[in-house]
Ligand binder design. Structure first.
Ligand SMILES: Nc1ncnc2c1ncn2[C@@H]1O[C@H](COP(=O)(O)OP(=O)(O)OP(=O)(O)O)[C@@H](O)[C@H]1O
Ligand SMILES: [Mg+2]
Length: 382
């Protein structure tokens, strides 16, 4: 299943968004234009739906309603999210889900839903507030996504949201997990427990998966060969690779000696193979050589294509967008303004389509839209 449409009102720096999505979504725009905030919409629904999650926690983890609600919000003070879910890119929406969120007007000022609705193939299965909500307003502090007794008819949506993965691996966390104390984040988005995750994977899956990853790493990291999983004599898991050099047998290195790019690529590939559902990536180009980055989009496509799932990624990389296989309908252009950030699909802009038709890549065609307006002033900075 894939998300084929997202509508937003007053979500962080977006006042209004209404955008169609494809199987691959490339989110581009200047710094602080809201790329991560856009990915966070989907993460928010995941955080509501997952076990141990729920509306209260998802809002609290983001600092409360006032942090989520758009600072530029005026007429419509509620935060609103609507989504279409379809079997594939070109089929109509099978599911529709929408939610409005506000704060209790008095008392504890908890986040509450102002409405929650769900449809399957056009049939309305949920329409809140209902009679029960009216007789017990406390019920509005929870969505039906998070209640298995209440979502029997549309549990498929909750399961879909729950299975969403987000990856933004930080190499230092993989290398030195103990140096970063504290409980860590649920779902481990930055890879602190990456090695434990690899260790927990059954050997019959882990071994062939690492072989495939090794295959890619051997191309990206010229001296690397033989990537394997080991546990040291204290039981701590490690990844180990042989580096070829002038000695005939090469030398073994563990993850704490792997380069940033090696670890990022490893994490990216692991997640691609591991997940069967919607995947969110932040700037997958980080630390990678531009030759590799220019082939990332097609590499990701080839791995995901068997799985019929969707990938949404934020990027600043001209190289990543230089792949001529990326269509204008796959690229979301974010543009900040005084009224909040707007999102446009690149293929709906005549000048971009003209440039694409004349043979330019999507990176070349959209570059003017992704640089800040006054970037040339940086040259005058002293
Ligand atoms: N409630 C809100 N209302 C308005 N703006 C907000 C709100 N919450 C966050 N922002 C703004 O969103 C911006 C950050 O957006 P985000 O992190 O998504 O940017 P980004 O495009 O991912 O940037 P980068 O490329 O640097 O990672 C900040 O400028 C922040 O002020
Ligand atoms: Mg960001």
């Amino acid at each position: 299943m894939i998300v084929t449409h997202i509508g937003l009102k007053n979500w962080r720096n977006f006042r209004t968004v209404d955008v169609a999505l494809t199987e691959r979504v490339f989110i581009v725009g200047p710094n602080a234009s809201g790329k991560s905030n856009f990915l966070d919409v989907v993460k928010f629904l995941r955080d509501i739906s997952k076990p141990g999650g729920g509306l209260q926690k998802a809002v609290e983890d983001r600092g409360g309603v006032s942090k989520i609600r758009c600072l530029a919000a005026r007429k419509y003070p509620e935060i609103e999210i609507s989504l279409h879910l379809s079997e594939a890119q070109n089929t109509g929406p099978m599911w529709k889900y929408e939610i409005g969120i506000k704060q209790e007007p008095r008392g504890f000022r908890l986040p509450i839903i102002s409405y929650e609705r769900a449809w399957k193939n056009g049939e309305k299965l949920l329409d809140r507030p209902d009679e029960r909500d009216k007789s017990d307003p406390l019920l509005l502090t929870q969505t039906h996504l998070e209640q298995i007794t209440a979502n029997v008819k549309f549990r498929e949506i909750a399961r879909f949201f729950e299975s969403i993965s987000y990856m933004h691996l930080v190499p230092q966390l993989v290398r030195y997990p103990k140096a970063f104390s504290g409980p860590g984040l649920p779902d481990d988005p930055f890879g602190r427990n990456f090695l434990e995750q690899v260790a927990k994977t059954q050997e019959r899956i882990r071994k062939p998966r690492l072989k495939k990853i090794e295959h890619v790493l051997r191309i990206a990291v010229p001296q690397l060969k033989e990537l394997s999983f080991i546990q040291d004599n204290t039981g701590i898991p490690h990844l180990e690779a042989i580096y070829e050099h002038w000695r005939p047998l090469g030398a073994k290195q563990r993850e704490d000696q792997f380069s940033d790019g090696t670890l990022r690529l490893l994490g990216l590939l692991w997640t691609l193979f591991d997940s069967d559902s919607l995947l969110l990536f932040e700037e997958p180009e980080l630390s990678l050589n531009s030759g590799i980055v220019s082939r990332l989009a097609s590499l990701i496509y080839r791995i995901q294509r068997q799985k019929k799932r969707q990938i949404m990624l934020s990027t600043h990389s001209f190289d990543l967008l230089s792949d001529k296989g990326i269509g204008g309908d796959e690229v979301l252009l974010l543009r900040p303004s005084m009224e909040g950030t707007t999102i446009e699909i690149a293929s709906t802009k005549g000048d971009i389509v003209e440039l694409l038709n004349s043979g330019l890549s999507i990176g070349e065609a959209t570059l003017p839209y992704t640089s800040p307006n006054n970037v040339s002033q940086l040259e005058l900075f002293e």
